[in-house]
Design a protein around this ligand. Structure first.
Ligand SMILES: Cc1cc2nc3c(=O)[nH]c(=O)nc-3n(C[C@H](O)[C@H](O)[C@H](O)COP(=O)(O)OP(=O)(O)OC[C@H]3O[C@@H](n4cnc5c(N)ncnc54)[C@H](O)[C@@H]3O)c2cc1C
Length: 400
């Protein structure tokens, strides 16, 4: 599967941050991780910190899967509103999932502080506005439910929005808790720190076959090498679906563009993350070098090779949708790309085990909050792999 097409901004901006060689000998370790994107990197880092011997294998290069293409909004609001999620999983579990995502934003802040270099991590508020007047009542209900459960939210009506954000919409939820990061750089920093204590990352090392016997797991890498492991973590992003016997997600296509740099005068209230209620939605934020990133306008199918003419058309749609709201901003597209994107029935990720694969754990942060879900997955898998209980496991299990 092509995980993305054309030029994700972070790959162009950061280039190849670190080189890792491919596997050149057989290994024996406690935990093998398939996939060196943000999910694999966080899980490897958490497991290393728990004292386990871990190695991580990627068929491409570190961070060059979906992580490089991510627009990297850090939000506790998932694509399924709390009101709707409560209908799927009950209000208690829905609120708990939102709370875990909120905690994950602050966990990422702590990780970034520990790892030191700048990853363009910032805490920023987020604003979700009603795309149409008919969406206002439902959005207000969402605000009330979040308020009831102590999320720091404010309701902005038409006049407030005009005054604070200088655009027209019938209402919006302003949330204090949100963030943004360069997920590609963070992945590299996690793995660079992971390697400091003698652990290894292998690029160009595809797991071609997984042998699972009573004696343990054997991974066959690049046809001629073997890795023996007591436990396996599958963190292959959207390519993980082949390892799960039942259908758990649909693959859609999503689009993003980054503008040329702009002077400060064009930015809005606290450089908030902004998104809307329409489906598919459009979202935007400010990224490094004072550029504006706009994403969304998803298609509910994924073509393995998205044509450049389609990306050009989507870029124009994203630009027009943005300019409709922010008429004063002279936005010029500079980078555009398309990516695969997995969507689950309730917007929640799949984390944990399945009966068909012994000693195997999945970190599948599917949905619009893949990065915050990856933090939750790393914490749950660290506990499960060490034989400890984690009370959040039930929320994201495969047979929910
Ligand atoms: C355009 C776009 C916008 C997004 N916006 C956001 C956002 O705003 N906020 C957010 O939280 N999330 C967002 N996401 C989702 C988020 O980017 C993903 O959930 C996240 O990057 C997935 O990370 P991952 O590590 O699970 O997968 P990946 O980054 O894809 O990493 C998986 C790795 O596994 C490797 N692999 C696959 N098969 C094998 C094998 N057999 N052997 C060895 N290695 C293998 C791949 O090469 C790959 O590097 C967005 C995604 C896209 C595409």
């Amino acid at each position: 599967m092509n995980l993305y097409e054309q030029q994700p901004y972070w790959l162009m901006k950061n280039g190849i941050v670190a080189q890792y060689a491919s596997l050149d000998k057989n290994l024996s370790i406690d935990v093998a991780i398939m996939g060196a994107g943000i999910s694999g990197a966080l899980t490897a880092w958490y497991l290393r910190n728990a004292g386990l011997s871990v190695a991580i294998f990627d068929r491409r290069h570190v961070g060059m899967g979906s992580t490089a293409a991510s627009t990297a909004f850090l939000q506790y609001e998932i694509d399924t509103p709390l009101t709707e999620l409560s209908g799927y999983v009950g209000e208690r579990n829905a609120v708990k999932s939102y709370e875990l995502c909120r905690k994950a934003i602050y966990d990422i802040e702590l990780i970034c502080k520990k790892l030191k270099p700048a990853f363009d991590f910032h805490l920023v508020p987020s604003l979700q506005y009603a795309s149409f007047n008919t969406h206002t009542a439902k959005l207000k209900q969402e605000y009330e439910l979040r308020k009831k459960h102590d999320f720091t939210v404010e309701w902005l009506d038409k006049a407030d929005l005009k005054k604070t954000f200088s655009f027209e919409a019938s209402g919006a939820i302003f949330s204090e808790d949100g963030g943004e990061v360069d997920a590609y750089l963070l992945t590299h920093a996690l793995l660079s720190d992971f390697c400091k204590k003698g652990h290894h990352v292998y690029n160009n090392s595809a797991v071609k076959h997984i042998e699972n016997t009573k004696q343990g797991l054997t991974l066959h890498i690049n046809d001629d090498l073997q890795v023996k492991a007591e436990k396996l973590v599958i963190a292959c992003g959207y390519e993980s679906l082949q390892y799960v016997p039942k259908k758990i997600a649909d693959i859609h296509s999503t689009y993003a563009m980054v503008s040329e740099p702009l002077p400060d005068k064009y930015f809005w209230h606290r450089k908030s993350l902004i998104w809307e209620t329409a489906t598919p939605y459009m979202y935007f934020r400010v990224v490094s070098e004072n550029r504006i990133l706009i994403g969304g306008r998803d298609d509910s199918y994924h073509h393995p090779h998205i044509k450049s003419s389609v990306i050009r058309k989507k870029t124009a749609q994203l630009k027009n949708a943005f300019v409709k709201k922010m008429q004063h901003v002279p936005l010029k597209p500079d980078f555009s790309w398309a990516g695969a994107f997995a969507v689950t029935k309730d917007g929640l990720p799949y984390i944990g085990t399945i009966p068909e694969r012994h000693n195997t754990y999945f970190a599948l942060g599917f949905g619009g909050n893949g990065i915050t879900f990856s933090v939750i997955a790393a914490e749950i898998l660290r506990d499960l792999i060490q034989g400890k209980k984690n009370e959040n496991t039930k929320l994201f299990e495969f047979n929910r």
